[in-house]
Design a protein around this ligand. Structure first.
Ligand SMILES: *[C@@H]1O[C@H](CO)[C@@H](O)[C@H](O)[C@H]1NC(C)=O
Ligand SMILES: *[C@@H]1O[C@H](CO)[C@@H](O)[C@H](O)[C@H]1NC(C)=O
Ligand SMILES: *[C@@H]1O[C@H](CO)[C@@H](O)[C@H](O)[C@H]1NC(C)=O
Ligand SMILES: *[C@@H]1O[C@H](CO)[C@@H](O)[C@H](O)[C@H]1NC(C)=O
Ligand SMILES: *[C@@H]1O[C@H](CO)[C@@H](O)[C@H](O)[C@H]1NC(C)=O
Length: 311
């Protein structure tokens, strides 16, 4: 409760000017197209296993490395762990695994526990910076800017992660790479997917399915993702995270939002365009529900509770 109140207080103090529309006219355009209704069966194939892999990323490095992380691991069946990377912290920044069910290499980024969600807001203060064009040469001159905190996190692991994916592809003969993550991990996953897309052989299918995605960059970044990676992301009900940082600060979501309307897990909409006003973008921070951030997403709730060491 204390964390939640702090969260809301920070939200309103850090963001009240943009939320309340004190800088009208500076916002990017919101899409207005009518969303299409979807049921659970329409989403299983694109989001179910990504959600399960993203949930594993909350567990300790040791339990992931021998695939003994309890229900999150057993739900996925016989998956082969390949590599993890990050700090000396208990939770890896990412892990790489081989999924034999579709012969793919999976990259899952660290999940953010709810009490750490404040780090997202701290990062908001860092704002937009130029995308590293040394790493993304094809973007030179396009005016792409991304969230500086997300780019810093991405840069810390990008080289080791690419080496691990290349080795995984060559060792297993996989023809697909599936990238996933939740929250902060979702934002970093979009950068990872764009980087892998330009780095692996063009015959390799690189897909991205993420959950509770905050805005990660400007309009040019959203357009770049739309034309290269093709983001698929699920947002849940009144979760505040997908509506920060605000569009009034120059941030814009890519296309590809699937919005969950209620707890039933059978009532979703596919939202055309970028930042569709009928989906998360139409939510207000003043009526947000932080519980919605962790899920459920196709029945999966994120957090450490289901890991062997709990909490
Ligand atoms: C998993 O690895 C950890 C650390 O190496 C070890 O303590 C644990 O016994 C292992 N579990 C299994 C089932 O191998
Ligand atoms: C699990 O997968 C590995 C590699 O794909 C395979 O060698 C092993 O036989 C499988 N184990 C089971 C129990 O299916
Ligand atoms: C930009 O990317 C290059 C690799 O392409 C890397 O060596 C460099 O450290 C990155 N710069 C920053 C500021 O992260
Ligand atoms: C789905 O959500 C809409 C809007 O909240 C609601 O009107 C409808 O009854 C819901 N349908 C189901 C099957 O839950
Ligand atoms: C937030 O959402 C959860 C899950 O739907 C619900 O149980 C809870 O009552 C909601 N809280 C508020 C304040 O609406």
């Amino acid at each position: 409760m204390f964390a939640l109140l702090n969260f809301l207080a920070l939200l309103s103090s850090a963001l009240s000017a943009p939320i309340l529309g004190l800088s009208p006219g500076s916002e990017n355009a919101a899409a207005t197209g009518t969303p299409t209704a979807l049921a659970l069966s329409d989403l299983q194939s694109s989001f179910k296993r990504p959600a399960q892999f993203a949930r594993v990323a909350f567990c300790s490095s040791v339990s992931i490395s021998n695939w003994t992380c309890g229900e999150p691991c057993t739900a996925l069946g016989n998956v082969t762990f390949l590599q993890s990377g990050g700090d000396q912290g208990l939770i890896p920044l990412y892990y790489i695994a081989h999924d034999p069910t579709d012969n793919s290499i999976v990259v899952a980024h660290e999940g953010t526990v709810t009490s750490n969600i404040l780090s997202i807001l701290n990062d908001v203060k860092l704002g937009l910076v130029d995308l590293n064009v040394t790493r993304f040469p094809s973007t030179a001159g396009k005016g792409i800017q991304v969230h500086s905190g997300f780019q810093q996190t991405f840069e810390r692991t990008a080289d080791g992660l690419l080496a691990g994916v290349m080795k995984g592809l060559s060792d297993t003969g996989a023809k697909k790479v599936a990238v996933t993550g939740h929250s902060l991990g979702a934002a970093v996953a979009t950068m990872t997917a764009a980087f892998l897309k330009q780095s692996v052989d063009p015959s390799i299918d690189v897909s991205l399915a993420v959950f509770g995605l905050p805005r990660g960059g400007n309009q040019a970044w959203a357009d770049f993702l739309d034309s290269t990676v093709g983001v698929k992301y699920m947002t849940n009900q009144q979760d505040p995270v997908p509506i920060v940082p605000p569009r009034s600060l120059g941030f814009q979501h890519p296309s590809g939002e699937i919005h969950s309307l209620d707890q039933s897990q059978n009532n979703f909409t596919s939202c055309p365009g970028q930042d569709n006003e009928h989906c998360s973008t139409g939510n207000s921070l003043l009526q947000s529900n932080t519980t919605n951030h962790d899920g459920p997403y196709l029945g999966i709730t994120f957090g450490r509770k289901s890991c062997p060491d709990g909490q």
